[in-house]
Write a protein that binds this ligand. Structure first.
Ligand SMILES: [Zn+2]
Length: 274
């Protein structure tokens, strides 16, 4: 009887240990292990034949900038003043940021404020020297130098406390509706090199912001997932990542509306509205 009890206790203990290690893995890998429970919202798109195209304009929306992937020296940002303020932002994000800001004001009767957006190399160098490598990105590796990132706060709620405000929580949950992502999400420090920054939004445009957010990805993981030469469908969109020196689109979609973004990794992301 006693022996049986010990066996039962040991098996309970083993079960609890397995459960705990699974929970630990869940936290550590940012739900990756359990991703099979939430199906990827991007589906393969069968493309039989492609045709070469020469885009009139290639945007910077999906450029990858991180500690291992600095901004190339020939990159020229395009900062402009936001509305009638003296805040400089990348021209690409002005409209979407304005839409987010207006929506917050209409929904909450409250405002979001920008603590930092476009930074020159000199700005970034000064911040890096003042705050150190733990807090600030090295000059040449900050998204702020591209003009595509904004740091936000709301009255009395800055930094991590942004999440203590209804506005901060809303921005974190819904910024993808406006083309932005939380660039350094919780639990993805090993991928991004940054701890969780609920205030740092990065513009990537649609439908990329929604796909990244719905699938709990980082920009690094999203670009990795887009296999060069493969095509994907998402709602009314078809996407592909092709070499920048050989830009092609599926022949059957050649007449559709499409846009192009470089990724600074040697590829261009093609976004087609079908
Ligand atoms: Zn930032």
């Amino acid at each position: 009887m006693r022996k049986k009890n010990i066996i039962v206790t040991a098996s309970h203990l083993a079960f609890i240990l397995i459960l705990l290690s699974l929970l630990f893995a869940y936290e550590k890998t940012g739900r990756k292990l359990f991703s099979f429970l939430t199906p990827m919202s991007l589906k393969p798109y069968a493309c039989e034949d492609t045709v070469n195209v020469t885009p009139e304009y290639i945007s910077n929306d999906l450029i990858l900038v991180n500690r291992d992937h600095p901004i190339p020296s020939d990159f020229t940002p395009d900062p402009v003043f936001y509305r009638d303020t003296d805040v400089l932002m990348g021209s690409e994000i002005i409209e979407s940021y304005g839409a987010l800001s207006d929506h917050i004001r209409e929904t909450f009767g409250d405002r979001i404020y920008v603590s930092s957006t476009y930074r020159t190399t000199e700005d970034q160098t000064r911040i890096y020297e003042e705050e150190g490598p733990e807090i600030a990105a090295a000059p040449g590796t900050s998204e702020h130098q591209t003009g595509l990132a904004v740091d936000l706060y709301t009255m009395y709620h800055a930094g991590m406390a942004f999440l203590d405000s209804p506005v901060g929580r809303y921005v974190n949950e819904h910024c993808s509706d406006f083309g932005f992502i939380i660039r350094y999400p919780d639990g993805k420090e090993d991928v991004t090199g940054f701890s969780f920054e609920p205030w740092h939004l990065r513009y990537v445009g649609q439908p990329h912001a929604r796909i990244i957010s719905e699938n709990d990805l980082t920009l690094e993981e999203y670009l990795d997932m887009l296999e060069p030469g493969s095509w994907y469908s998402y709602n009314e969109y078809v996407l592909g990542r092709v070499p920048e020196d050989n830009i092609v689109v599926p022949s059957s979609l050649a007449g559709c509306n499409m846009s192009f973004s470089r990724d600074l990794c040697g590829y261009v992301i093609v976004t087609i509205v079908t």
